[in-house]
Ligand binder design. Structure first.
Ligand code: SAM
Length: 275
């Protein structure tokens, strides 16, 4: 029998994946969680029917969300990830030798536990001594920690349900307070093809809070349209003109110093959207 996953983030367009095996499917306190093995992209984490990450293309998202801010900050020591329970962002963060502590604040403990069990390639660094896994709401955590983190990465689900409050001006003001004096924030901010209003709103909200706000794009096959945006808000350091070392001290598959700069060069329709 053929089993197919129909991913439905965008109401008028779907992606379908032929399933090899269903490893887990359960209702957690916050969402429906599934981990399935697919022919096209390997194992994938699916939350409320929306694909979050897959073994075959996760490196694009996790490398870009971690290395762009970490190579922009001159000496990042303490990093906070809000969401990101699969552990992929933490794995990339801990490749940077300057990091002393990386806190993962994930609301849903089941995401962390199931990813540790079924997606070890992605979650492998969650037991590193420099990583603290805190189970709780990122909005509360950020509110309760001031002037503490050099980099904050918002690796969240889409702006609905528990993640709704992770997008927007009032949260960005809290993030600003939670960052150190030259801190940098980054968030995944959806696709300008299908969700231009969300991209524009989030960019404008970040711009109203941070002296430097830049948007960059990456090609991620898993996400609707395959063309995904990230927004960076920075107090002092410009991510587009970062002093990235020419030779990296660790392996990457997508991120390179040249791509770091090039990813901020936007197509005309995105430039116009942000005007
Ligand atoms: N890379 C993914 C994407 O863009 O599709 C995001 C992956 S990560 C699994 C997203 C995580 O954010 C989920 O595990 C979800 O439970 C978590 N999350 C949602 N709202 C949250 C909140 N308010 N505080 C902390 N974590 C939250």
């Amino acid at each position: 029998m053929d089993l197919w996953l129909k991913e439905g983030q965008i109401s008028d367009a779907v992606m379908t994946y032929k399933i090899k095996e269903t490893l887990v499917t359960k209702q957690t306190e916050y969402q429906n969680l599934a981990i399935v093995d697919t022919y096209a992209l390997g194992r994938m984490l699916v939350l409320d029917g929306i694909v979050q990450t897959t073994i075959n293309d996760e490196y694009v998202y996790h490398e870009m969300i971690a290395h762009i801010p970490l190579f922009t900050h001159p000496n990042p020591k303490k990093v906070l990830v809000v969401g990101g329970g699969d552990g992929g962002a933490i794995r990339e963060i801990l490749k940077h030798p300057s990091i002393e502590k990386a806190v993962l604040c994930e609301i849903d403990e089941d995401v962390v536990n199931e990813c540790k069990k079924y997606l070890p390639e992605i979650s492998c660094a969650l037991d590193d001594a420099r990583c603290e896994v805190f189970i709780g709401d990122g909005i509360k955590y950020v509110h309760e920690h001031k002037n503490e983190f050099d980099v904050i990465i918002v690796d969240s689900t889409d702006p609905f349900g528990a993640a709704e409050g992770l997008f927007g001006g009032s949260f960005y003001k809290e993030i600003y307070e939670c960052l150190t004096e030259d801190g940098i924030f980054i968030a995944q901010t959806e696709t300008p093809f299908y969700l231009p209003d969300v991209v524009k709103r989030v960019y404008d909200d970040a711009k109203a809070t941070f002296p430097i706000t830049k948007l960059f794009m990456a090609a991620i096959p898993t996400y609707p349209s395959g063309y995904w945006s990230f927004t960076v808000g920075s107090k002092k350091h410009d991510p587009e003109n970062a002093n990235v070392p020419e030779n990296l001290s660790f392996e990457t598959k997508y991120y390179t110093p040249r791509l770091h700069k090039a990813s901020f060069v936007l197509p005309k329709f995105v430039e116009e959207l942000l005007k």
